[in-house]
Design a protein around this ligand. Structure first.
Ligand code: ADP
Ligand code: MG
Length: 355
């Protein structure tokens, strides 16, 4: 694809906070944005040129998005792959649908990673309670049962400790195809946000150490406990994933740091919450980097000019957010969502850590 021209329209499937931040970066580079989201008042709608209010898999709405856009991207991984492939026949779609197909199913994802020599937690695919009993015996010790698809922020997961019975756990997730993973005794969690351009160039941001609370990312610290050696290893793994998927755009790769080295937890085929700090302390943020990649432009520097801590503002934590500006080293980002429901990501704040 040749590079987009100034004033071209970028289509974004999904109008949450990630779509909103992508739209802001797109605008800064002189592009227009069309957003497809069922909610006409979604977070991205407030900063987009055009909103198509319809379900993500509505063929007519996808057609209108294709007509309006010079390139289409998506901000979450639960877009159906088949309509996206049909869309890709009409307009360039990045990241490529085959990457989405890998990332949206935990079994396909782990098989892909292991297949290219990247270690993960030990796992088994389980489609019914008998398979779950059998897998639990094989793996031994504490495990985590996860739905293969549609999980996010720790939803669709259950911890399994006892030998049996497992029917309740399986049913609690809706009796859907699942994966059983051995629980990893990690020292800490980290993630890398990396990008690949249409020319094959790769740029990786420094990894962040992540802390989750109730399954939701609470805090990303850069560099945290991530040593230079770990950072190099994580960056290499991310680059291998990008190349094997013939990827274009930004990816988030989540890892467990264990005493025996790094394990990959999961891949997110989009900009990632643990990369929000890049807007505060990098020349080119993950959002602009994604826009550059899908627009066929050169990637920018991922270099970081300060240590920092990013904290999510979840639910009622958004109340009084403007008071955070009393700290001159704090950068605030509010998502403009209506109701501050518990567990809902409402904004984030990044604070510079001075030496
Ligand atoms: P989500 O898609 O909801 O982010 P994850 O697979 O990343 O799902 O799981 C959410 C969190 O649960 C992880 O960040 C980690 O803290 C914990 N977790 C998930 N899988 C494992 C595992 N196999 N061993 C230990 N902790 C895990
Ligand atoms: Mg995760």
């Amino acid at each position: 694809m040749s590079a987009l021209s100034l004033g071209a329209t970028i289509g974004i499937i999904g109008g949450g906070q990630l779509g909103r931040m992508l739209a802001l970066s797109a605008a800064r580079l002189g592009f227009r944005v069309a957003v497809l989201d069922p909610n006409p008042d979604c977070a991205a709608a407030q900063v987009a040129n055009q909103v198509i209010a319809a379900p993500y898999d509505d063929p007519g709405a996808l057609g209108r998005l294709a007509d309006a856009s010079a390139v289409v991207t998506y901000e979450f991984e639960n877009v159906a792959v088949e309509p996206l492939r049909a869309l890709a026949a009409r307009v360039p779609v990045f990241p490529p649908p085959q990457a989405l197909e890998v990332a949206q199913d935990r079994v396909v994802e782990k098989a892909f990673l292991n297949g290219i020599g990247i270690p993960t937690a030990e796992w088994r695919a389980v489609d019914d309670v008998q398979e779950l009993d059998h897998a639990f015996q094989e793996l031994g010790g504490d495990c985590i049962l996860k739905t293969r698809r549609f999980g996010y922020d720790g939803k669709g997961q259950a911890t399994i400790r006892q030998r049996s019975p497992h029917a309740d756990a399986f049913e609690s997730l809706g009796s859907v195809p699942a994966i059983l993973e051995k629980k990893v005794p990690f020292e800490f969690e980290l993630s890398v946000v990396a990008a690949r351009g249409q020319d094959g160039a790769v740029a990786s941001y420094d990894p962040a150490e992540n802390v989750h609370s109730l399954g939701i990312l609470k805090r990303s610290t850069v560099p945290g406990r991530v040593t230079a050696a770990l950072a190099a290893e994580a960056g290499d793994i991310a680059a291998r994933i990008l190349e094997h998927l013939d990827y274009v755009g930004v990816v988030g790769v989540e890892f467990f740091a264990t005493t025996n080295g790094l394990l990959v937890n999961e891949i997110a085929p989009r900009v990632h919450n643990s990369g929000h700090w890049t807007e505060a302390v990098c020349l080119v943020s993950q959002f602009e980097q994604h826009v550059r990649a899908i627009a066929g432009l050169p990637l920018g520097s991922a270099a970081r000019h300060a240590d920092c801590v990013m904290e999510n503002l979840i639910g009622a934590e958004i109340d009084g957010a403007l008071a955070l500006l009393a700290d001159p080293d704090a950068v605030l980002h509010v998502y403009g969502k209506g109701e501050a429901k518990p567990g809902r990501k409402m904004g984030h704040v990044t604070r510079i850590v001075r030496p």
